[in-house]
Write a protein that binds this ligand. Structure first.
Ligand SMILES: C[S@@+](CC[C@H](N)C(=O)[O-])C[C@H]1O[C@@H](n2cnc3c(N)ncnc32)[C@H](O)[C@@H]1O
Length: 269
């Protein structure tokens, strides 16, 4: 298959990528037949999956707006994905034209496409790194230029730590972030969960092992342990539509059908 101009050289066009499968579910154009095939297979087993991804984007917007209202003016978005409508920097710009955003993703297409749309934006950058390489992210010239980590920052880990296996200690990643950020900072987390899920969701999860980045569904207890040492703001760790909905009608009759839990937690001291 021919490589489209937006895809950097060297990427494997025959293996699905989590970022491109997600892009497809959100209606984006940066995906290949192999990604669409896997997405359709997952959707066939779990018809709610598209709704879950949209619920995640909606959580992202609400969480960022909450942090902006709390005075946060700089954001580190880890596992930021292929840019789509309602990106973090767009939400930030609406409230604060000077707000800073550093996007980080391991996927080269997510990073190259982010850079393309951010070309003339002095306050936003995208860097390619693995969330497990926290020191490299902290020391990247782009991070040092845009973020002042002696001041509060909003850290987003939305739909990314479920790609990190237990062996790589996802809770340890959050703990390292917690140790570095200033008091008054916030961390937002969204993770796929097996809490309250029917068997077909657990089966569909196995399909994700066909991507370079399989998904690990985690229990409510494991996800609560991820933000140990941080103080969750109300309503705590909940199914996505239940987190500070814009309107009561946005809350589904079965919020658990979205298959993911979200939380925003504050570093107090
Ligand atoms: C489901 S998308 C979520 C995108 C965005 N955060 C959102 O919530 O809309 C997950 C993203 O995490 C990225 N990702 C997966 N594993 C990663 C890792 N170890 N380090 C950095 N990014 C990772 C994928 O490339 C993908 O773009």
């Amino acid at each position: 298959m021919e490589r489209p101009s937006w895809a950097p050289e060297g990427i494997d066009l025959d293996r699905p990528s989590a970022a491109r499968v997600y892009d497809y579910f959100l209606g984006g154009a940066h995906n290949f037949a192999v990604d669409r095939g896997l997405a359709e297979m997952i959707a066939g087993m779990t018809p709610n999956i598209g709704d879950t991804m949209r619920a995640n984007r909606s959580f992202l917007r609400r969480a960022v707006r909450f942090m902006l209202a709390e005075g946060i003016d700089q954001f580190l978005d880890l596992g930021s994905g292929i840019p789509t409508v309602g990106n973090v920097h767009e939400v930030v710009r609406q409230a604060n034209p000077e707000g800073r955003v550093v996007y980080v993703d391991v996927d080269p297409i997510a990073v190259s496409h982010s850079r393309a749309i951010l070309d003339d934006d002095e306050h936003t950058v995208a860097i390619q790194a693995d969330v497990r390489e926290w020191d490299r992210i902290l020391e990247a010239p782009e991070t040092l230029r845009l973020l002042d980590l002696t001041r509060p920052v909003g850290v987003l880990l939305l739909g990314v730590l479920h790609f990190v296996p237990d062996a790589d200690d996802p809770a340890g990643i959050v703990a390292r972030i917690r140790d570095v950020i200033a008091p008054g900072s916030y961390v937002a987390l969204v993770n796929a969960t097996d809490a309250d899920q029917p068997p077909e969701v657990i089966e569909a999860q196995k399909l994700s092992s066909r991507t370079g980045t399989p998904i690990f569904l985690r229990s409510r207890e494991a996800l609560a342990a991820q933000h140990a040492g941080l103080t969750p703001v109300e309503p705590g760790l909940v199914h996505l539509p239940l987190w500070r909905p814009d309107s009561p009608v946005d809350v589904d009759d079965h919020p658990e059908r979205f298959g993911a839990l979200g939380v925003v937690a504050r570093k107090d001291s």
